[in-house]
Design a protein around this ligand. Structure first.
Ligand SMILES: Nc1ccn([C@@H]2O[C@H](COP(=O)(O)OP(=O)(O)OP(=O)(O)O)[C@@H](O)[C@H]2O)c(=O)n1
Ligand SMILES: C[C@](O)(CO)[C@H](O)COP(=O)(O)O
Length: 271
């Protein structure tokens, strides 16, 4: 007889994709596309968020994926891939959108100990391998963690467009997503941060405000967030470079022996 452990003994992994932003910094010269929020603009012919969802769909450990969109946003409702649920509970800030999504997950059966991988819709270059890497590194961690990149450049502190100091880059990381925490702990930490008016721009900062130390898991520079107009070109080039090129149909060259026969025939004909 096979015994099935109760659901709560096996924490599941859910993806939560905040997708309710406007992408104001991305507008620039792309004003013609401004009617379409950044996350829906085409990259290599496909809406940006679809690339993000494709990466998560390839991770077999992800039980399901919840995309949080702005109330009234119908863009995805019409074309959500299988296994993807769309919740129109986006808020005024990223933190509010994530909190709405966490509450939706809990309402639909998510348990306190389940893991939630929060990932920006606008980080459309994430790969299944990177998501798996984060899960491998964090699933037995007491806190959870995030993908991040060590700061590669010299860091300057500026004021009014002038350098006032050079800041050491030792032990400094750029936070990326996914960021992976337990459903219960993250909900509590975000609620607390929002209530206290803390500026939490990612999930890790809410956990830090609760006195916890999320684990840093090295990601990739390619997992950048499409934020400024020039990022679209880079994202498109990278995505295209990953798409296997169609095999070129070439005229089969005649084997050497056949070429000789053909040239012999030709010379006979001309004689
Ligand atoms: N109120 C908000 C703000 C942001 N996001 C999402 O959070 C992710 C990261 O945000 P970012 O792209 O930096 O923010 P935007 O608000 O879209 O961009 P901007 O700050 O340039 O307006 C994006 O997938 C965005 O859709 C969200 O769900 N709800
Ligand atoms: C969560 C995040 O992607 C980490 O780098 C980032 O903070 C979200 O973007 P925002 O510009 O801070 O809203």
């Amino acid at each position: 007889m096979t015994l099935r452990a109760p659901k709560s003994l096996i924490p599941r992994f859910f993806a939560l994709i905040p997708c309710a932003g406007q992408g104001t910094r991305a507008v620039g010269d792309r004003a013609k596309d401004a009617a379409l929020p950044k996350q829906y603009q085409p990259i290599a012919g496909v809406p940006m968020v679809m690339h993000t969802l494709k990466a998560f769909a390839q991770v077999t450990r992800i039980a399901s994926c919840l995309v949080v969109v702005a109330p009234g946003d119908e863009f995805l409702a019409r074309q959500a891939p299988a296994g993807v649920e769309v919740a129109p509970c986006g808020g005024d800030s990223r933190a509010a959108s994530v909190l709405g999504g966490l509450e939706q997950l809990a309402a639909s059966g998510g348990e306190t100990d389940d893991w939630v991988l929060v990932h920006d819709a606008a980080r459309c270059l994430v790969t299944a391998a990177q998501i798996d890497q984060l899960i491998d590194a964090c699933h037995s961690d007491p806190v959870g963690g995030l993908l991040a990149q060590p700061v590669p450049d010299t860091l300057k502190q500026g004021r009014d467009g002038r350098v006032v100091a050079t800041v050491s880059r030792e032990e400094k990381w750029q936070a990326q997503t996914p960021q992976m925490f337990r459903l219960g702990a993250l909900t509590q930490a975000l609620k607390m941060a929002v209530t206290l008016g803390e500026a939490v721009t990612d999930e890790a900062s809410a956990m830090e405000a609760a006195g916890l130390a999320p684990k840093l898991v090295r990601g990739s520079a390619h997992n950048f967030k499409v934020t400024y107009p020039e990022d679209f070109v880079l994202a498109e080039a990278l995505i295209k470079s990953r798409t296997p090129a169609k095999p070129r149909v070439r005229k089969a060259a005649a084997p050497k022996a056949a070429q000789k026969v053909l040239s012999d025939d030709a010379s006979h004909e001309s004689n």
